[in-house]
Every structure is written in C-alpha cells, then in structure tokens.
Design a protein around this ligand. Structure first.
Ligand code: SF4
Length: 712
C-alpha cells in the first residue's frame, strides 16, 4: 500500500465557542477553489425561521447558488448540519447529520439524512453547519479539529478510493490513539463515474474496534463531493456528554429521554425487533401485503421473498450493540462480519458489511428478481464502498432489466450481458463497471431518466413505454415500496420535494398495513401533516425511526394512532428542554411548514417545483401491461365494478387496462388539487403570497421567485 501523505494547504486557528442551548451559533465556510476558510454568525432570526439542520443547510445553499447553478459548477455548495437537539447521547436517535446540495441526479435541491457521528462532532467543534464551495484538482481533505481548535485544508496522496478503507485509514491517522474521537465523510470510485454517488459517514464501533458506515444516499451527493476533488472531511471531537449541548433544562431533558429510551427497550422486542434485525423485518410485511417491489415494480409479491426475510438476516448479522449514535436504544444499524465477496477487488477476502437495510434488500434483491440474501449483501458492500446509492442502483438496474426483457435494448447495448431479471451476477458486474468507469455500467449509473433519453435517442427504444415503466420522478429513482394500490403513497412519492424518496411521507405502512387513512380526505390531510412532522426531524438533527417504528403499547387505542401523539408530546418536551423555548406540539408543525415551503420555493428558483414536476410514471399508479393486470385480475375487475360502477362484461383486458388507467390518473390529479389546497398552494403547486407571509418567509428574494412563477 502507498504511504499516506498529507500536505498543509491552509490552516485557520479559532476559539471553539461554548454550545448554548443546542447551538454553536456560527457556521463554517470552506472554499476549495481559493483555499478560503472562514466562519459566519448564526443570528436569532436564522434560528427562529430555519431552526437548524436542514433549515440551516437550505439557507446557506440558497445564498450560495443562483437559479442557473448546475450541480458541477464550483459555486454549488455541499452543506452539512446537525441541529439543536443533535448530539444528545441519552435520547434515542439524536445523532443525525443532514446534507444538502444541488443534486447531480435531479439538478434541483437535494437533502439527505444520515447517521454516524459527524454532525454532532461538527457542532461540538463549534459549528452548527458546514458549507463547502469551490473545486480543486488535487485530492483534498478538510480536517475540522475541535480539540486543537483548527481547521485545515490538506492535500493528500496515498489514500485508496474505497470508502471503507478511507474511513479506517483516516480514523487511525487523525485519531491519535483515540479513534472514537473521529468521524469521516467520504465517497468512492462509483461516485466519480456515475450521477448516483452517495456519501459515507463514519462512526467508530468500539466493541468491534472498527469504523462503521452510514450513507447519505439519495440524489448524487457523493458525485458532487467527488467532483469537487474532496477525498474526505474529517472531524475530531472529545467524548460526548449531555452537558456539551448545554441544554436549558438538563433534568427535564433526562426525564423525557428516559421515558422514550425505556419504552423502546420494553416495546421493540414485542414489536418490530429492530434492535436485532433492523429494517429487515419489513421484507416479510411488504411481501405479505403485495407491496414489495419485484421485477421493476411490476409486482408486489414473490414466493421466494421469505428467502431474504428477517430471520435470514437475523442469522447473518453480527450480534452486539449497533447504535449509529451514542446511546440509541433502538440500535438498528446492523452489519455482517467476515463476509467473503465472490466478485470484484475484494473477492475472496473478508470484509465487514454495514447492512443491509430493507431498501437495499428490496432494491438490489426482489426488484431485480434476485432472492439470494448473500447476493444482496455483496451488492450492499460494493455500493457502499464504491460510494453508490443502493436505492438508485437497484431501481436503475431493474429498469434496464425490464427494457432488456421487453427487447427495448439488447446485448449489443449491454456489452454482451444478459440482463434478464434474476441475473445477479450481471447486476454485480454493472456495479463494478460503475466503479471502474467502463462498459454499460456507465450508462446505468446515469440513472433512469437519462437512460430513457439514451435508449430512445441512441437505440431507438419506444419512449412512451419507458415513460410508463421508468421508476423515476423529478429525475430521482423511486425508493423501494410498491405504491400501485396506495394513493397516499403515490402522493407521498410524487409530491415529495426532492423526488420519490419515502423519508418525506412514508405513508404506505399506515395506509395499506394499518388502514389508518381509508378516505380520500384523510389521505390528503396525511399528505400535509406527515411531511411536515418528518421534516422536523431533519431540522433538529434527529432520526425518525424512534418516532413511529416503536410505539406505546396502547397506541392503537389513542385518538390519532398514526401520529403517535405520545411521542410528539415527548419530542416537544425534548425540544423545549434543550432550547429553552416554550412550544406546544402544533408549533413543531409550523416550524417545519416554514422550511418546507422555503424548500419548495427553492425548487422554483432552480426551475423546478411546479405541478408538472409532481408527475409520476403510470407504473406507480397501476398496471401498465395486460400481464400485470391479469396477475391481479380479481382485484382490478372488482375495483372497476364496485368502486367505479363500470360494466366490464365482455371487455378485453387491454380495454380494462385503459379504463383503469384513466380513472387512476384522474384520482391522482384530484389528490394533487386537495393537497395543494391544504398546503396553501396554487393549483400549479406553488405557495401563495399569503402562505409565504403567514409563515414569515416573505423575504424580497422569495417574493421575487414567486412573482417570476406567476404568483401575485
Ligand atoms: S434508530 Fe437506528 S438509524 Fe436511527 S439513530 Fe438509532 S441506530 Fe441510527
């Protein structure tokens, strides 16, 4: 191995501020083009309007870019923030970082929420957020050393490209014998050669004496990172304590944290068992309810799905505590020790694999027609260490496979590969090609939207068919839930600001498994409330899983079980205890509404964000083909007859497909109308001036964007 060498380019010494009520009250600015390092103050107004975390990121990014800025322009910024509650070691799920940038995948605003220690370490080093602009031609590390109180831009040589090696090496290099003090952000070689690169955030697993990784997966943030010439960002921070956040009322914080922690310890083993199987429990549930994407979202179920269900992964996961944040009692971040890859540069060696989580199992497994758990583990390992988003990888390969099976592309395009569903070896080879930057993998790594363009313009493939089956919206690949039968989840995907990622409105479980929102009005209302409350976690630096993945024993008997109001109340107490503010649960929603609407207007600034951008492919709404319809004929026939009162006697399947399509597309448009109205937006999906004023985000530049989009 080449010797690691670092050369100082620039150093800024600073005095680390004391964190007050969850805030360091300044942000850090780094420009790689001219090696500038400086700090910016955080005003009370900024805290009041943007709260922290994703809110701070968006404000910094808004000021950094113009409406014409492209993802690979030097002025595009990568912003990473924690949040006022982030870094609390006694409260479950309190260590998240939120990353924003102009997306390489969509060209608009992207945000991604990720575990690991980076965000809290950044704050405890003295910065509520980090903003990196500019580009460099030399491999560069930004080192934020909160212990010696200096920021450095360093040129680095001798560092490998793969994320798990980068994190391990830099943790040892900068840790000075205390690896737990280090968190590293990095990507990998796949990010350089694709538009779907992810970021890896590290945390040190003291029990296993190794660095572990969590991913900011969506939207090509790793690609932006690699394009800037960044090899890594490293933070160093002392042992974290509750006192470091300097909460307004530490006793009140400890009291509510104890309640939530204890409930998780008692209830998780009786509910989803996430502390032993993570999100793998979802595989069986999704399959049982016909919601597990299979063969590019054609179907929601497969007889082989139990082969990669939670019991299989329970057996594979290394036993022991797996919290990606200090003291998280849900501890769902499992991994597999001594896995031996069968392909690629690590073939035959032993590696540690962080994951898989449900999304990777569904995306790199069932959705490409593969039901071998070890194949999923290998895809997981290589996606992470190559810096590739396993969701976009899975959905993109699934699309390419369906195009291959439909004859829209063939072996002359794929470099001789048979891309039939179920060919796991071909899927792995595509991932290696994305990392090497060769073969058909380069095209698949552009994502579904660009594949549609390339296949139609260069290979003569039928564009209309690909528009129906290409599972992307706003340019982002769908995450791994089958929304055909869930109108609420269709809205959850289609109306999500960044594109179809479930973190904004994960309604499928509540809609299809619990049937908590049976009416159209309830679905529309849920599409207001849920994105707002889920946004709040990103503002504060928190993980959403402890909110509703484990619920109180009597939750079902409460008035609004879907909202888990007991926990909303606890989160309000938590926020008040740290910040000293006196808010009630409804105020949390208003806080989010401000930032949510600001992000919507930011999309408009970048040329997106209108009704037309909330379109989803028909595959997300209903059966595209006769084969799909006939696979669930009883269901669809029943709906046409009983719900829509259509006389289908004597009608051919092809006609019934058309009738159902018209009805479902119409229903989706009606849902958009209802949700826009509830959110205070125009029929074109744009916040009104009144909404902007009511929320206090009517800054002159915001009003200019609204006016430019016809809102007067
Ligand atoms: S619940 Fe899981 S993902 Fe969330 S902070 Fe805890 S370990 Fe990390």
């Amino acid at each position: 191995m080449t010797e690691l060498k670092v050369k100082e380019i620039k150093t800024l010494r600073y005095k680390r501020p004391v964190v007050e009520k969850g805030y360091a009250n300044q942000t850090l600015y780094v420009n790689l083009s001219d090696a500038e390092i400086s700090t910016k103050p955080v005003s009370e107004k900024m805290k009041e309007i943007f709260v922290g975390g994703k809110g701070f990121d968006l404000w910094l990014l808004w000021n950094a870019v113009k409406g014409t800025t492209k993802w690979n322009d030097p002025e595009n910024a990568i912003c990473i923030a924690c949040g006022p509650l982030g870094g609390t070691p006694v409260y479950p799920g309190s260590g998240k970082s939120i990353v924003t940038s102009i997306s390489a995948t969509t060209g608009s605003v992207m945000d991604s929420n990720v575990g690991g220690y980076f965000g809290p370490y950044l704050k405890f080093s003295g910065f509520d957020a980090l903003e990196i602009q500019g580009k460099t031609n030399t491999p560069t590390i930004v080192f934020i050393d909160g212990i010696s109180q200096q920021i450095q831009i360093l040129e680095v040589t001798g560092l490998p490209d793969e994320a798990h090696e980068i994190s391990e090496i830099l943790t040892n290099h900068f840790g000075q014998g205390k690896p737990r003090n280090i968190s590293v952000v990095s990507t990998g070689p796949g990010a350089k050669h694709s538009l779907i690169g992810c970021l890896n955030f590290s945390w040190y697993d003291a029990k296993r004496s190794r660095t572990r990784l969590k991913q900011a997966g969506r939207g090509g943030l790793g690609t932006v990172f690699a394009d800037k010439g960044l090899k890594a960002i490293v933070t160093r921070c002392d042992t974290v304590t509750v006192a470091m956040n300097n909460p307004a009322d530490e006793a009140a914080l400890r009291e509510v944290a104890k309640l939530h922690s204890q409930e998780i310890v008692e209830q998780d083993p009786k509910q989803n068992q996430m502390s032993s199987v993570g999100t793998a429990h979802l595989v069986t549930i999704m399959n049982d309810y016909d919601l597990l994407p299979t063969n590019n979202f054609r179907y929601g179920q497969h007889t082989d799905a139990p082969k990669m269900g939670m019991e299989v992964y329970r057996g594979l996961f290394d036993k022991g505590y797996d919290g990606c944040w200090v003291g998280c009692t849900l501890a769902c971040a499992h991994g597999i020790k001594d896995f031996v890859p069968s392909t690629g540069p690590y073939k035959g060696g032993k590696v540690f694999v962080d994951g898989p989580e449900y999304e990777t199992i569904a995306g790199c497994g069932s959705n490409i027609g593969v039901f071998d758990p070890l194949h999923v583990v290998e895809m997981n390992f290589y996606c992470d260490t190559y810096g590739l988003d396993s969701i976009s990888v899975g959905t993109s390969i699934a699309f390419a496979m369906e195009c291959f099976e439909m004859g829209l592309i063939n072996e002359t395009h794929t470099g001789g590969m048979n891309l039939s569903f179920g060919n796991g070896q071909a899927a792995l080879e595509l991932v290696h090609q994305m990392a090497r930057g060769n073969g058909f993998g380069i095209i698949v790594g552009q994502g579904v939207r660009r594949m549609k363009h390339i296949f139609s313009t260069e290979y003569g493939a039928n564009r209309a068919v690909m528009e129906d089956i290409g599972m992307e919206a706003k340019g982002l690949e769908f995450s791994e839930y089958m929304p055909k039968e869930s109108l609420a989840q269709q809205g959850g995907y289609g109306l999500a600001l960044k594109g179809p990622q479930h973190d904004e409105a994960w309604l499928i479980f509540l809609d299809m498994v619990h049937n908590f929102m049976p009416t159209f009005e309830q679905k529309a209302e849920a599409l207001h409330w849920f994105p707002m409350f889920r946004t709040w976690f990103g503002l504060c630096g928190l993980c959403k899983l402890p909110w509703n993945d484990v619920v109180p024993a009597d939750n079902k008997q409460t008035k609004e079980p879907a909202k888990v109001m007991q926990h909303v109340g606890w989160y309000t107490r938590y926020f008040n205890a740290v910040t000293g503010r006196k808010l009630d649960p409804e105020d949390l929603i208003t806080m989010s509404e401000r930032v949510y609407n600001f992000q919507k207007i930011f999309n408009l600034k970048m040329g997106f964000g209108r009704r037309e951008h909330d379109a989803i492919p028909y595959r997300a709404m209903g059966p595209v083909t006769v084969e799909e319809y006939e696979s669930r004929q009883e269901r669809y026939d029943g709906q046409l007859k009983d719900i829509y009162q259509i006389d289908i006697d004597g009608k051919k399947t092809v006609d019934k497909v058309k009738i159902l399509r018209k009805l479902r597309e119409q229903r989706y448009e009606e849902l958009k109308d209802a949700v826009y109205k509830r959110r205070g937006w125009t029929k074109d999906g744009i916040p009104t001036l009144e909404t902007a004023r009511k929320l206090g985000i009517d800054f002159p530049e915001v009003i200019d964007v609204l006016k430019a989009n016809g809102v007067v």
